[in-house]
Design a protein. Structure first.
Length: 118
């Protein structure tokens, strides 16, 4: 199983970025994005059910970020709009055999750094 995250970078506040997570090895029930800012604990950002596309978001991003999936490419995306400096973090994609609502992740990809300058 491999989860390959990409798409991070340095942007100015208000800009957009799209992160990608290419999955291989098997299909999971739920895919999610988490992030970890410097000096802080890792936190949940967004999750999607692979089978029916149901989603859930952290309150801090739900009006700005959108998670989606492309079954043909086995890839999950995180579209991030109106980025703020507080969105600066290493973003990790993760996969779970469990429901969208448990957030018990079984596999983690490497992180991709998102830096938002003010």
């Amino acid at each position: 199983v491999q989860l390959q995250a990409s798409g991070g970078g340095l942007v100015q506040a208000g800009a957009s970025l799209r992160l990608s997570c290419a999955a291989s090895g098997r299909t999971f029930s739920t895919y999610a994005w988490f992030r970890q800012a410097p000096g802080k604990e890792r936190e949940f950002v967004a999750a999607i059910s692979w089978s029916d596309g149901r989603t859930r978001y952290a309150n801090s991003v739900k009006d700005r970020f959108a998670i989606s999936r492309d079954s043909a490419k086995n890839t999950v995306y995180l579209q991030m709009n109106t980025l703020k400096p507080e969105d600066t973090a290493v973003y990790y994609c993760a996969a779970s055999l469990y429901s969208l609502y448990t957030l018990l992740m079984d596999y983690w990809g490497q992180g991709t750094l998102v830096t938002v300058s003010s």
